[in-house]
Design a protein around this ligand. Structure first.
Ligand SMILES: Cc1ncc(C[n+]2csc(CCOP(=O)(O)OP(=O)(O)O)c2C)c(N)n1
Length: 271
């Protein structure tokens, strides 16, 4: 008899099979999230998960949580509304890099500035995947995409640095091939009071790999990401020029600051 994965109980069976391509990192992130939740005994019934539109945004659809799945780039606007009404509800957002840093960029910087008490799990697959592999603000310079056939001529965002500059109070970055660190990062982000961002650099073999690396093989992409990955300690020994184009991983910030819904004025208004 096949032993069922213990995390399977958190999945909505009626939504299966999932729609992720073979080798896509979204399936891994879903798995890591469930392992984090299970290990911490977190009750999914008391949680809201939110996805905009995109491959990553689809992750909450499979979860037995209260789930909002709707408009591309507006996850943090919804989260703000929910927090205003019920500040005690834990909220986890699953966002693609396009969702969070392109169309949702303004919501992102202001939610971070306000220290909105939510966890954002960013799956950065370096392109707009669901719509066919367009260039995104996270696409590394000079790499080809469906809409940048001569190579991306724009500089890319460092989304973690953007979050820190805006005021986020927990920020870390990992890669899909580091399960233990991702799981710990998700736990830490969920336990953190305030705006927490965990960025996970992920493989999109179907679109990013095919255009940027001439390969739809997930292993080729994973190896490519691994070769470009540096820990924070390794990166600290390099110049800014030498760090260019590298995926620097680690926990970048963790600090206590008042949260958006924490002021006495807000609490009185809610009573
Ligand atoms: C308001 C709005 N603009 C654009 C779209 C089209 N759209 C749907 S998914 C998507 C790309 C998603 O990319 P990303 O957020 O990076 O997530 P991924 O699919 O790569 O995980 C876009 C542009 C939309 N659905 N709604």
């Amino acid at each position: 008899m096949i032993k069922q994965n213990p995390q399977r109980k958190h999945i909505r069976d009626d939504k299966l099979p999932h729609f992720f391509c073979p080798g896509c990192g979204c399936g891994q992130v879903l798995n890591y999230f469930l392992r984090a939740v299970d290990e911490e005994n977190i009750n999914l019934d008391e949680m809201v998960t939110i996805g905009g539109v995109g491959c990553t945004a689809r992750i909450p659809v499979y979860l037995k949580t209260d789930t909002l799945h709707g408009v591309h780039g507006r996850t943090l606007a919804w989260a703000t509304g929910i927090k205003l009404h019920k500040p005690e509800i834990p909220i986890v957002i699953f966002a693609g890099d396009g969702d969070l840093a392109s169309i949702g960029g303004n919501h992102f910087i202001h939610a971070a500035r306000r220290n909105l008490d939510v966890t954002v799990i960013l799956v950065n697959n370096l392109n707009f995947a669901m719509t066919g592999g367009q260039v995104a603000p996270s696409t590394p310079s000079e790499l080809k995409t469906m809409t940048a056939p001569y190579g991306n001529k724009e500089p890319d965002f460092d989304i973690c640095k953007l979050a820190i500059a805006a005021g986020a109070t927990y920020v870390s970055r990992w890669t899909t091939d580091r399960p233990n660190q991702v799981i710990k990062g998700i736990k830490d982000a969920m336990k953190h009071k305030g705006f927490s961002l965990i960025e996970i650099i992920s493989q999109c073999p179907t679109h990013f790999g095919r255009y940027a690396l001439d390969s739809g093989n997930p292993q080729v992409l994973l190896d490519w990401i691994k070769d470009l990955t540096l820990t924070k300690t390794q990166a600290d020994k390099l110049t800014a020029q030498e760090q260019k184009g590298k995926f620097i991983i680690g926990e970048f910030i963790k600090e206590d600051k008042p949260v958006y819904t924490g002021s006495s004025v807000y609490k009185e208004a809610c009573q």
